[in-house]
Design a protein around this ligand. Structure first.
Ligand SMILES: [Fe+2]
Length: 295
């Protein structure tokens, strides 16, 4: 079966039509969805009535669920579906100065999820739950595109080198006290190849994020300049897809080839996205990724 698609952005991504994600299984529709994912990097599904269990089931087809608590404590702690939300447990919104809000603001830097973890992410599968009246968009940009025309000889500089990634580094840019929280500071910096080759189609992308702070063989300041230049180049306006969330939307993006960021919204309004990252497996194209132990 061939899924019906149309372009999401002129340069990457597709909208997948007439599909009920509740019905996807390993044999039914997943192979086609995975093929589209490898090729186009971003998939949008509209009008989904997506239960939490269906969300988890779909994510598991892509690979091991990212379970940060289990990873941090090196023990099989049960998975809990992560929510990107400004609501506390009682349904009230956090004050703008609350650490949780500062953490959400960290997501507004261009980034790739989980590059600071010992096992980074393959994909994010994200579903809109509560949408504000305005704002709160998610913006996406491909890191396959800039590899073809990066200026100033940058490609030569980064080729065959690794970037160091740290959660503390990106959170420090928002507020130094945020970076000191255990859930941030517990992660040691990680080192990953600057370029990933997709093992299915050979397409290359730059593996970068606001968490990246140093490149092998370069000073921190020189590295940061290069990192900023790459991110600025990749996220030029014409290369960015802005997703305005609607109820029923499910987005899947490839963490190996997509940078993303959240956008602000009126913080007196709630906004909740359910977001499951799937961990990279050794066969997904990034060298030195260990195998997830707990899924
Ligand atoms: Fe993110």
């Amino acid at each position: 079966m061939h899924l019906k698609i149309r372009p999401l952005h002129e340069k990457f991504g597709v909208i997948v039509k007439n599909i009920n994600l509740d019905k996807v299984t390993k044999k039914n529709l997943y192979p086609e969805i995975r093929e589209l994912f490898e090729e186009h990097s971003v998939l949008l599904f509209k009008n989904q009535n997506f239960s939490e269990q269906a969300h988890i089931n779909l994510a598991k087809l892509f690979g091991p669920l990212e379970n940060r608590e289990a990873m941090a404590k090196n023990s099989p702690i049960p998975f809990q579906l992560p929510k990107v939300s400004n609501q506390n447990g009682e349904g009230r919104v956090f004050e703008e100065t609350h650490m949780r809000m500062l953490d959400l603001k960290g997501n507004m830097l261009w980034h790739t999820d989980s590059t600071f973890l010992p096992i980074p992410a393959l994909a994010n599968i994200i579903a809109a739950k509560i949408i504000p009246s305005t704002g709160g968009e998610t913006e996406l940009a491909s890191t396959r595109l800039p590899i073809k025309n990066l200026p100033n000889g940058i490609l030569e500089k980064i080729k065959d080198r690794k970037f160091f990634h740290s959660f503390v580094h990106s959170r420090k840019q928002i507020d130094p006290s945020l970076a000191k929280l255990n859930k941030i500071s517990r992660w040691k910096p990680q080192k990953w190849s600057s370029i990933i080759e997709n093992p299915v189609n050979g397409k290359k992308s730059i593996y970068i994020a606001s968490h990246a702070y140093k490149m092998e063989g370069f000073s921190k300041s020189k590295s940061q300049k290069i990192i900023n230049e790459i991110i600025d180049f990749a996220t030029q306006k014409e290369n960015v897809y802005t997703h305005t969330w609607q109820k029923g939307d499910v987005l899947i993006w490839d963490e190996r080839s997509i940078l993303h960021r959240g956008r602000p919204w009126p913080y007196q309004e709630p906004r909740t996205l359910a977001s499951i990252c799937v961990s990279l497996s050794p066969e997904d194209g990034l060298s030195n990724v260990p195998k997830s132990e707990f899924n």
